[in-house]
Every structure is written in structure tokens, then in C-alpha cells.
Design a protein. Structure first.
Length: 269
């Protein structure tokens, strides 16, 4: 096992995975509690378009994915004021637009790169430049989340009360939208576009089964996220498959184990 971590690509993948396991559940808990869990799936498909644009233009696909996904996240927040009664319509609109761009560009044959590594995730393709990009975006997001933590919690549970307290709710929602876009963008190299939303929602869903307070649920979300990513990553190496699938399966397996633990605990009580 120790020899495994002597491989450069594996070390890069593990470092990236650790950052993802902290960032995604932290963003995810706010999305889940605000009933916006499907936003993660929409932004994941938006990142597909960003990656396609990056590969066609020859720029770093993670950076372009971050820019495009952030634009889509801000657009979702902006369009809420125009679709107040039917806000759920915003997500398929953005998703359709993004997937349309992605399919058009990738099917044109002009994308210079392996798009499948972004769709399903890959350990082998996390180069040094990608790792630096992931580290920079992750640290920036985590710092902003720490600074804005109290206000984000307030907005999550009582947005009207936050407005009365003269908190700039609209600005914070836009900032959080960009953070959500960043979290999705940094995750696609390892987890893959198709299942990246699982790391946003499933660890949070698992932690919520423990029925603890907000901070404890956040901590357990990160712990479960770490377990999901590391076990999934190592399993994918030995099975010789894309890590996105094994990470997604591990996250669901952990959720089922926690649910079974709760059932057994209730019966014993």
C-alpha cells in the first residue's frame, strides 16, 4: 500500500482528493439545506461545456470550466428573480444550454484532449499544473467559506431575517454561487462530470442521518466525504477503472451502512 503512494500520479490524485473531500461537502451542506441539491448536478453539466470550450481553444480546461460554471451559477441566482413561482425551471434551462454547447463542441472533432477522463474521472491525468490549479481554487474557496461562515448559516436558515439584519443577501448568494462553481470545477478531474454531484450531496445526506447539529453535521459530512473519496480512489486503482464510479458507489454504500446502523440502534433501544 505504501508503494502505491510513491507513484507521482497517485500522490497528485490523493492530494486533490483530500481537498475535494473537504470542499464539496462544505458547499453541499448549504445547498442541501436550502433545497438546492440539484444545482450541483446542473453545475456539473455546465462544467462539461467549460471543459469542452477549454479543450477546443487549447486552454487549461479546469480554469475554463471554473469560469463557465461560475457564470452559469451566477445566472441561476440572477434568474431566480424572473422565475419566482417556477424557480425549478431555471435548472433545466441552464443544463440544456450547457449540454448543447458541450455536445456541439465535442462532436465537432476539434477538442484536443481526452474528454472521457473528465466525464468519468481519472487519476492518471492529474498533472502538476492541474494540481496547482486545484490547490489554489480549493484554498481560496475554503478561506472564503471560513470568513463568510456565520453569514452563510444565517442566510441558509433565515434569509428574510438576514435581510432585516442588513446583510447583503444578494451579494453573498452570488459569492456562494461562484464557490459552488469552483467546487464542481476542481472535482471533475478526479470524480468526473457525470457523478461529481454525488460528492456534493451524498456525504451530507449520510451525515444528516446522525441527526446532530449543524456544525457536527458539517464535520461528519467532511469525514464521510474523505472516506468516500479515498476508498473509491484506491479501489479504482486496484480494479483498474475510472475513480468516478467507485467513489460514487462507495458514497452510496457508506450511506446504506449508516442507515442500517440507525435501524439496528433503534431496535436495540
Amino acid at each position: 500500500m505504501l508503494q502505491l503512494f510513491q507513484l507521482t500520479f497517485m500522490r497528485n490524485a490523493v492530494i486533490a482528493a483530500i481537498l475535494i473531500s473537504v470542499l464539496c461537502p462544505t458547499i453541499g451542506i448549504f445547498l442541501v439545506l436550502k433545497r438546492y441539491s440539484m444545482v450541483g448536478d446542473t453545475l456539473a453539466h455546465s462544467s462539461f461545456a467549460g471543459v469542452a470550450i477549454g479543450l477546443v481553444l487549447g486552454y487549461n480546461p479546469i480554469i475554463i470550466a471554473f469560469i463557465f460554471t461560475s457564470i452559469c451559477a451566477i445566472s441561476i441566482e440572477f434568474l431566480k428573480s424572473y422565475f419566482k413561482q417556477y424557480s425549478d425551471l431555471i435548472l433545466p434551462i441552464i443544463l440544456t444550454f450547457s449540454v448543447g454547447i458541450a455536445i456541439t463542441l465535442t462532436s465537432s472533432g476539434n477538442a484536443a484532449g481526452n474528454i472521457e477522463s473528465f466525464l468519468f474521472g481519472s487519476m492518471l491525468t492529474v498533472g502538476t499544473s492541474d494540481l496547482y490549479t486545484i490547490i489554489a481554487l480549493s484554498i481560496l474557496c475554503i478561506v472564503l467559506l471560513i470568513v463568510l461562515y456565520d453569514k452563510l448559516v444565517y442566510i441558509t436558515f433565515d434569509e428574510d431575517g438576514a435581510k432585516i439584519s442588513q446583510i447583503n443577501v444578494k451579494l453573498l448568494n452570488y459569492i456562494f454561487a461562484i464557490l459552488a462553481g469552483a467546487a464542481i470545477s476542481v472535482s471533475i478531474r478526479i470524480i468526473g462530470i457525470l457523478v461529481v454531484s454525488s460528492m456534493v450531496a451524498v456525504p451530507v445526506a449520510t451525515a444528516m442521518q446522525l441527526k446532530k447539529g449543524f456544525k457536527t453535521t458539517l464535520i461528519f459530512s467532511i469525514i464521510f466525504g474523505f472516506i468516500d473519496v479515498i476508498i473509491g480512489l484506491i479501489s479504482s486503482y486496484f480494479i483498474n477503472c475510472a475513480p468516478g464510479g467507485t467513489i460514487a458507489l462507495t458514497s452510496v454504500a457508506v450511506l446504506i451502512l449508516v442507515l442500517l446502523f440507525n435501524v439496528i440502534a433503534v431496535k436495540k433501544a
